[in-house]
Design a protein around this ligand. Sequence first.
Ligand code: 5RP
Ligand code: MG
Length: 235
Amino acid sequence: MLLQLALDTPHADTVRRLLDRTAGDVDIIELGTPLLIRYGVDIIAGIRRDHPDKKILADLKIADAGAVEAALAFDAGADIVTVLGTAHPATIREAGEQAKRSGGRVMADLITVREVDEAVSLARRLDRSGLDYICLHTAFDARRQGGTGGQGGPDGPDDPARTLESIGRVGAVVERAGLAVAGGLDPALIEQLIPHGPDIVVVGGYITGNPDPDRAVQAVQAVRQIMETVHRTDG
Ligand code: 5RP
Ligand code: MG
């Protein structure tokens, strides 16, 4: 199981300072959507130079022009690029074909899917299409507003805990792709998710939300500790 650190703050200096202190404890550095919108994919190259041994994911959430946009991220040094799971199948195919040409990987993000049944059937189709990763994801805004629908259904609260209800069913149909989980994760939630066997846990705000870098280091270590403890208990 890998830890992906999501860097969503749109301030390059803050991101670099955070990475100086935490990169050693994370497996995948995610350059978040707000950061990429502000600086463009050019920011990837500098992070690549500073952290040559880390996987870098560009969270572009591609919705169209799959090959062109994926190539921008791969050419700048990303290893993995995200595409919306609900994008047109042609877009997802184009991104996947570009990944093969560039030696990269594609993660399909289910962030726009609100119904568990839809998430299950889409995940099954994406998995069969040979996609590298599928990410079960509760959106920031849905969480902030609450009660407006989400992966738990249109009437359910948009609580990250609803992810627990989805991961069992989605995980059961994902056979070839790696399964990632994202959206408001903290050690308590990760502890409950781990028995469902995610390959990647994506953590952003829990680690980056505190301006004190010492607290960010402590938060990464807390996540690592829970990942290792639950693994050991699993035997
Ligand atoms: C939001 C994202 C975030 O990177 C992802 O949700 C992880 O951040 P957090 O742990 O703060 O939810 O892509 O669209
Ligand atoms: Mg993200």
